[in-house]
Design a protein around this ligand. Structure first.
Ligand SMILES: Cc1cc2nc3c(=O)[nH]c(=O)nc-3n(C[C@H](O)[C@H](O)[C@H](O)COP(=O)(O)OP(=O)(O)OC[C@H]3O[C@@H](n4cnc5c(N)ncnc54)[C@H](O)[C@@H]3O)c2cc1C
Length: 384
């Protein structure tokens, strides 16, 4: 393997072109900083995700002047969310959520980063070899087409999602004790009980399964399940089928093939060190029950790019210290609410109580549910 030395210098190197990385790279490039975006895959690519962009994520895009992008990509307006557990279905209409396949969204965002002036390399598996400090710049290496490359950077954004160990930066945030694992697949089939604009979320003791039609005309299935449960069954399809059956929901349309998994989803917070900041899933978050992952990726990418911009302007190297404070402030409430929801939905006693609440006081039950899933507008009803 040949090595290309001496190293080129960048103001910012971003590892991972998911929503967090591409959005951060775009912001920095727009500010005129020399930005390199390194992505291990080749886009467009599919990834395990429920493909629902919350209203806060859509607003972040709007505020950044990318509001037209979702319409251009054909993102669907979610008109109804069905929440199923223990044989009961609760419906909420009009939640402000957009459905967009990750292959389309991530590709479009990475193209926006390039349009803004960032240099993008696909198939570049990068790792940080030196986090840098106040006096020393950071160093990043990557392999592209079998060749090793190396650059030095004033700042590094690690935006490589849950597979943080791949980026080789110290240790990633540890998986928390009760963390679930993600599963997902897509199919061209459209179940007749799943019209366009409807999201179905099914909750049971061992996890939850969601499905929705995407703008591409297929169905995306995403699930979060207990690792022990998955290990005991050893089949993602069977694990999801059992969750549907347990919740007394039709399981016939569940795809049998194409399932992919993720590492544990809930991780302790890890802001970064030296000149490295971690954003999106790489910074640590909780499982996606409230559908905020993409929005948080965009928000953290935006916040981090601001911190780095300020540090570059002031010629300061204490980037991770600054970021740790901003991250803590930004996540305090979000993380608590998300963790609470994630814990609550996997306790049968809570879902029973919720069903009882729905029977006695549907308005209060609906309001609670809207808060938990981040739904915005109203006009809901309950069905058996
Ligand atoms: C089952 C499931 C369902 C979900 N459903 C939803 C939902 O409906 N709505 C929602 O908002 N969120 C959802 N999420 C969460 C959402 O997918 C994530 O929060 C979001 O993708 C995080 O974005 P990111 O940019 O941080 O990381 P990612 O989207 O994971 O992007 C990371 C990128 O980094 C690249 N990369 C990794 N390592 C390297 C390396 N060493 N070098 C270069 N590149 C690298 C990867 O190839 C990838 O492209 C779901 C998650 C799961 C698991």
């Amino acid at each position: 393997m040949r090595s290309h030395l001496p190293s080129k210098k960048y103001d910012a190197v971003v590892i991972g072109a998911g929503p967090a990385g591409s959005f951060a790279a775009r912001n920095l490039a727009l500010r005129g900083w020399r930005t390199l975006l390194l992505e291990a895959d080749e886009f467009p690519r599919w990834k395990v995700c429920g493909a629902c962009l919350g209203s806060s994520g859509a607003k972040i895009l709007d505020d950044a002047g990318l509001g037209g992008m979702l319409d251009r990509l054909g993102a669907i307006h979610l008109s109804r969310t069905e929440v199923c557990c223990h044989g009961r279905t609760t419906q909420i209409d009009g939640c402000g959520i957009r459905v967009i396949s990750r292959s389309a969204l991530d590709y479009a965002l990475s193209n926006e980063a390039v349009k803004a002036g960032a240099e993008l390399r696909y198939k570049a598996i990068a790792r940080v070899v030196d986090a840098g400090n106040h006096d020393r710049l950071a160093k990043v290496k990557w392999i592209e087409h079998g060749e090793m490359h190396e650059v030095i950077a004033e700042s590094v954004i690690v935006a490589c999602g849950l597979n943080t160990s791949r980026a080789g930066v110290a240790t990633s945030g540890r998986a928390t004790k009760h963390s679930l694992m993600g599963l997902g697949t897509t199919t061209d089939e459209l179940p007749d009980w799943l019209p366009k604009g409807t999201l179905r979320m099914v909750f049971a003791r061992y996890g939850y399964v969601g499905c929705v039609q995407t703008e591409r005309g297929g169905t995306v299935w995403a699930a979060a399940v207990q690792p022990g449960f998955l290990r005991s069954i050893a089949s993602p399809h069977e694990a999801c089928r059992r969750i549907l059956v347990h919740a007394r929901v039709e399981a016939g349309a569940l795809p049998t093939v194409g399932w992919r998994g993720t590492p544990c989803l809930t991780r302790s917070l890890n802001p970064g060190e030296g000149r490295i900041v971690r954003v999106g899933d790489a910074a640590g978050y909780v499982e996606p029950v409230t559908g905020e992952g993409i929005s948080w990726a965009l928000e953290s990418g935006s916040l981090a790019s601001h911190v780095i911009d300020q540090a570059l302007v002031g010629n300061r190297g204490d980037i991770a210290e600054q970021w740790a404070q901003v991250l803590k402030r930004a996540l305090r409430v979000k993380r608590f609410r998300c963790a609470l929801t994630a814990k609550a939905v996997r306790r049968p006693v809570v879902t029973h109580l919720f069903n009882a609440l729905m029977a006695r006081n549907p308005a209060l039950g609906q309001a609670t549910l809207r808060k938990l899933i981040g739904a915005r507008s109203l006009g809901e009803r309950t069905a058996r």
